[in-house]
Design a protein around this ligand. Sequence first.
Ligand SMILES: [Zn+2]
Length: 92
Amino acid sequence: MNAYRLFRRAIGDNVVLILDSGDHLRGFFGDSDAPSMTVWVNRDLPDAAAMFVLDHELYHIRDTAKNWIWREIKANVYSGFLHPVGFCQVVG
Ligand SMILES: [Zn+2]
């Protein structure tokens, strides 16, 4: 994973990025917490997948929708267009 690229992206969005080794995510790809502006990305992901997960979680940070399924669809479509290879690695 290109950690430098991920941190550049997160800093640009004023978000705290944690490259998680499993303590928080427990095997999941990513997570986000809007109140603390924090995003977790699984540090074992390949580069494209990590970028997909990061932009997916950054979308969640700013999304005000409440419906869980609708939130996931929007975050996947948004990040999938930015990182199609990462989308396939994570979702496919
Ligand atoms: Zn999500």
